[in-house]
Design a protein around this ligand. Structure first.
Ligand code: MN
Ligand code: MN
Length: 306
């Protein structure tokens, strides 16, 4: 088990750093997500969830649809969040990169550039502070306190309704939530647990809301549907993505588009599948994120995605 966590962690770490180097002005987002997902498959691992590329005030849960025309633009604060699994043991990691280029100084003031760099540092400091508290017996609220403290030192807010999470085999969100502020949760971490810690820092109010659009889904339950196409899509999902999140883009390669969209709508409304909507910072603030997967040990922890 630990070996599989270490193996998936190494894969994610390598692809995260290689993909980060591709981030530049004009890069189509779909090229970035497909690069990441193809590299995961090539490495011999499975994709634990669609590669998320969330830009500026969008905090999470955006991945390209098949016809995505979105391109990265100079000054964008790009959150790249990826996951791989070996035998169902998941590595989940994210990094924030500012799109730079020759024209950065022409388009943005020194203050605007500094703001973006400070946001990147704030979520990184939050993650480092959180990791230094992790060991057998630490209270979950204490981890959140460390994150909050580090982010507030930079005069930013942590996003309070986004959390890290425990991981189990084939289960990305396995029950425990690791907050980005002190929520006074006295639940204690135990040796051997796998958790993802993911501080989000913002110059906004620190709260996210759903916005329209759905690009990522999870299978929930089997149900009868009158339309044959809807049943067919659900059967395909249950067979190929029974436990981990999947993207609409992957299904677009298997099914006719108009009928697929109708089926996905029906499946979501009936809660046969769960639709994740992109999450936008409530006040339109810029958002940075950094995430690592960690195994809790008696006197500390191992970061698998370092
Ligand atoms: Mn993640
Ligand atoms: Mn995560």
């Amino acid at each position: 088990m630990i070996e599989s966590y270490i193996k998936s962690g190494k894969i994610v770490s390598k692809i995260r750093s290689e993909a980060s180097k591709l981030i530049k002005n004009g890069l189509p987002v779909i090229e970035l997500v497909e690069y990441v997902e193809n590299e995961i498959i090539k490495s011999g691992a499975g994709i634990a969830f669609p590669c998320n590329v969330s830009i500026n005030e969008i905090s999470a849960h955006y991945t390209s649809p098949l016809d995505d025309k979105t391109k990265l633009v100079t000054g964008d604060l790009v959150k790249l969040d990826l996951g791989a699994e070996i035998d169902g043991y998941i590595a989940d990691s994210a990094v924030t990169v500012m799109v730079t280029g020759d024209n950065l100084e022409e388009l943005f003031s020194e203050e605007e550039i500094e703001l973006r760099n400070n946001l990147i540092t704030a979520s990184a400091d939050g993650l480092e502070a959180a990791i230094s508290t992790v060991k057998d017996g630490v209270e979950i609220g204490k981890i959140g306190h460390a994150v909050e403290d580090a982010i507030r030192k930079h005069k930013f807010n942590p996003i309070t309704n986004l959390t890290g999470h425990s991981l189990e085999q084939w289960n990305l969100h396995a029950g425990l939530s690791i907050p980005n502020y002190n929520n006074n949760d006295t639940t204690k971490l135990k040796e051997g647990q796998a958790i993802a810690i993911e501080p989000f820092a913002t110059n906004g109010v620190g709260y996210v809301n759903d916005v329209p659009g759905t690009y990522i889904y999870s299978f929930m339950k089997n149900k009868p549907f009158r339309m044959a196409q809807t049943t067919k899509v659900l059967k395909y999902i249950q067979k190929n993505h029974p436990s981990l999140p999947f993207s609409g883009r992957w299904l677009s390669k298997e099914f006719n588009d108009v009928r697929l969209q109708m089926a996905m709508k029906q499946l979501s409304e009936a809660m046969a599948i769960y639709p994740y909507h992109p999450l936008k910072e409530k006040s339109g603030g810029l958002v940075s994120q950094k995430e690592h997967t960690i195994i809790v040990e008696k006197d500390g922890c191992t970061v698998t995605t370092l």
